[in-house]
Design a protein around this ligand. Structure first.
Ligand SMILES: NC(=O)C1=CN([C@@H]2O[C@H](COP(=O)(O)OP(=O)(O)OC[C@H]3O[C@@H](n4cnc5c(N)ncnc54)[C@H](O)[C@@H]3O)[C@@H](O)[C@H]2O)C=CC1
Ligand SMILES: O=C(O)[C@@H]1CCC=N1
Length: 264
């Protein structure tokens, strides 16, 4: 049985993926303090629980899909009902497995860093397992995560970097899409057409990079004719510090994860 504490963006994304991959709504138990979120879940046939305690009692795999600022309160509240066999799956930015265990004791904890494209089955999730998790539990968690994302098992040390790159990354990609569309509108293209062009261009470029397995620089060179138009745009991006802006953005996002770690 699978449980969710919190039914917001990430829980919705994950549950949608699971339902599309043959996990039965009857096997999912959820709780949220916001009743309107529970009503939406109920309409999809998901079991609604009266409390977090109820979710823990009914499920083996429990996703903590709540914001980091309520993690400590929720963990303190449920620590008495967590069984030794329960597997707690945490996704909060900047919250270490050790910090969780300091509250709930020696229980099985998995740390994941998912992202919102999971909503359309195209998520990316970095995962690390603590050493109390056995092989069968690990396989079950991996297959749950694979129902909504591409999954990479990693060291916990890297989770903060993944948080910056793939966790926060969609926000940065959406700004790029918005900026490209704004430019298109400035050039007279209707707004709807502008978004379509920008979105498909990013989607197609990602797919080409993945499927061709060519270096991104080589793919960029394939678009730039000598003395042509694209190389003029590339020159402008370099002049405006585009690469450096992206690198600084990811590094500062990573540093913020470390800051949040240090205050917990
Ligand atoms: N949104 C994103 O792109 C990503 C989010 N995360 C992490 O996922 C977690 C969830 O984020 P979102 O789904 O975006 O948040 P959200 O705000 O959409 O959902 C959180 C839900 O928790 C509920 N809630 C608040 N207090 C509660 C309590 N005491 N008991 C039960 N439910 C409670 C809220 O009503 C809300 O429905 C966070 O820890 C975040 O850091 C990780 C990677 C990406
Ligand atoms: O900003 C946040 O708290 C989360 C972590 C990764 C993406 N969003």
């Amino acid at each position: 049985m699978i449980g969710f504490i919190g039914c917001g963006n990430m829980a919705n994304a994950m549950i949608n993926g699971m339902l599309k991959n043959n996990i039965k709504s009857d096997d999912i138990f959820v709780y949220d303090t916001d009743k309107s979120k529970l009503e939406i879940m109920s309409k999809n046939g998901i079991n609604i629980c009266k409390s977090s305690h109820d979710v823990f009692k009914k499920s083996k795999y429990i996703f903590l899909a709540i914001k980091p600022n309520v993690y400590s309160d929720v963990l303190n509240d449920v620590k008495g009902v967590i069984e030794d066999g329960s597997v707690i799956i945490s996704m909060a930015a900047g919250f270490k497995i050790d910090s969780i265990k300091q509250i709930i004791g020696s229980k099985k904890v998995v740390r994941i860093m998912p992202n919102t494209p999971a909503l359309v089955g195209e998520g990316f999730t970095a995962v690390c397992f603590d050493n109390l998790i056995d092989e069968k539990e690990k396989n079950t968690v991996m297959s749950l995560l694979k129902s909504f994302s591409c999954v990479v098992e990693t060291k916990e040390n890297y989770i903060n970097a993944y948080s910056a790159i793939s966790g926060s990354g969609p926000a940065f990609a959406f700004i790029f899409i918005e900026a490209m569309a704004d430019a298109a509108v400035l050039l007279g293209i209707p707004r709807e057409e502008a978004y379509k062009a920008a979105q498909q261009t990013l989607l197609g470029s990602s797919k080409l990079a993945m499927l061709s397995q060519k270096h991104p620089g080589e793919l960029k060179d394939m678009v730039c004719s000598p003395g042509g138009t694209t190389i003029e745009g590339v020159r402008t991006l370099e002049e405006k510090g585009f690469r450096s802006a992206v690198i600084e953005c990811i590094v500062n996002t990573y540093k913020k994860n470390l800051d949040i770690n240090s205050i917990r």
